[in-house]
Design a protein around this ligand. Structure first.
Ligand code: SAM
Length: 318
């Protein structure tokens, strides 16, 4: 759908720009490379592998997220931690699967950019206005609060401030809650991410946490991934927790979650509806799969649950 296409295009543009920058610098001219420099099929395969990996990630995360909302019959709330420019709220509105309230948190600068986009683009603002019942829509540079959608500027490493801000915007600890973090925990130290997932376990009695992160980060391939990320000035303070699927699960099991599971993205990719996978592989001209497999083996989805209301959350899986 449109929102997924938007996210995938953004991702592809981002990867393409990084490759351009690398190639431009390699050529010594420090500018956008000529198209001939992309003649190497390795670069093209890399771009298309990233995009196919992105498809797997979106479908994998959505599978669990939608299953949670259905299980709670929409009587739930979602908190997207480090949401960036994510568009899940609009997708859920499109498919008529809206939680009671959808919260997003990111740094104030990122939030300000997103609020500006929402304000200036009717396809983004309209669904928020449509699902709001009173005149009192709060909108300033660093927060937006409506009946069903709320975006807050906060640092996830400061858990008490995060808690205070979410409660100010009517977070309801009694409601089944889904917490989502995609490529976010790796930017924090292990202690900081543990504090965050511990806060979530303490705050909600019935909840699910979905975390998409790097995994198996100790081989040669992952060194290249890390170098690429560092070139983008990313400080990956939490890489230590990305050693194995077990370390991903432990982060939750040690902090009050009752049940945790984790799979690498290659396994999840093989579990997706294979006719759709074949359609995507044709779209991405993906005849060379080795790089894709390597990429997918280095990402994972870990999900954890606690279930005082006995909704059967621990059965949610692939
Ligand atoms: N989750 C989004 C997605 O999948 O499209 C964005 C992922 S992006 C790689 C990581 C996001 O986490 C960025 O938007 C960044 O600003 C946010 N982030 C990282 N550390 C954070 C922190 N301590 N507090 C708030 N946001 C943070």
């Amino acid at each position: 759908n449109d929102t997924n296409t938007f996210r995938a295009t953004t991702k592809l543009t981002c990867e393409y720009n990084i490759l351009c920058k690398q190639k431009g610098t390699e050529s010594g001219r420090n500018r956008r490379p000529h198209v001939n420099q992309f003649a190497s099929s390795k670069d093209i395969t890399y771009l298309f592998s990233c995009l196919t990996g992105y498809y797997a990630r979106v479908h994998g995360v959505n599978h669990l997220l939608d299953a949670f909302i259905r299980k709670t019959e929409c009587h739930c709330q979602i908190i997207n931690l480090g949401a960036g420019l994510d568009t899940t709220f609009w997708r859920l509105k499109d498919i008529n699967l809206m939680p009671r309230k959808f919260f997003e948190v990111d740094f104030p600068t990122v939030v300000a950019r997103k609020i500006h986009n929402i304000k200036t683009k009717p396809p983004l603002s309209k669904p928020i206005i449509e699902t709001h019942s009173t005149d009192s829509l709060l909108l300033d540079a660093h927060s937006l609060d409506s009946d069903r959608y709320c975006i807050i500027g906060a640092d996830l490493r400061d858990v008490s401030n995060l808690d205070e801000k979410l409660k100010k915007f009517q977070l309801n600890p009694e409601l089944p809650t889904l917490l989502l973090s995609e490529c976010v925990l790796v930017y924090m130290t292990c202690l900081q991410s543990s504090n965050l997932v511990h806060w979530a376990a303490e705050t909600f009695h019935t909840a699910m946490f979905i975390s998409y992160e790097q995994v198996n980060m100790s081989d040669r391939f992952s060194q290249v991934m890390v170098e690429n990320l560092q070139r983008r000035h990313c400080t990956l303070a939490g890489l230590e927790a990305c050693q194995s699927l077990d370390s991903q699960k432990e982060r939750f099991l040690k902090t009050g979650w009752e049940h945790a599971d984790a799979l690498d993205m290659m396994t999840i990719y093989n579990m997706l509806p294979q006719d759709d996978v074949a359609r995507i592989e044709r779209l991405e001209f993906l005849d060379e799969k080795e790089l894709l497999q390597q990429l997918l083996q280095h990402y994972s989805i870990c999900w954890a649950t606690k279930d005082k209301l006995n909704l059967g959350l621990s059965q949610l899986a692939f």
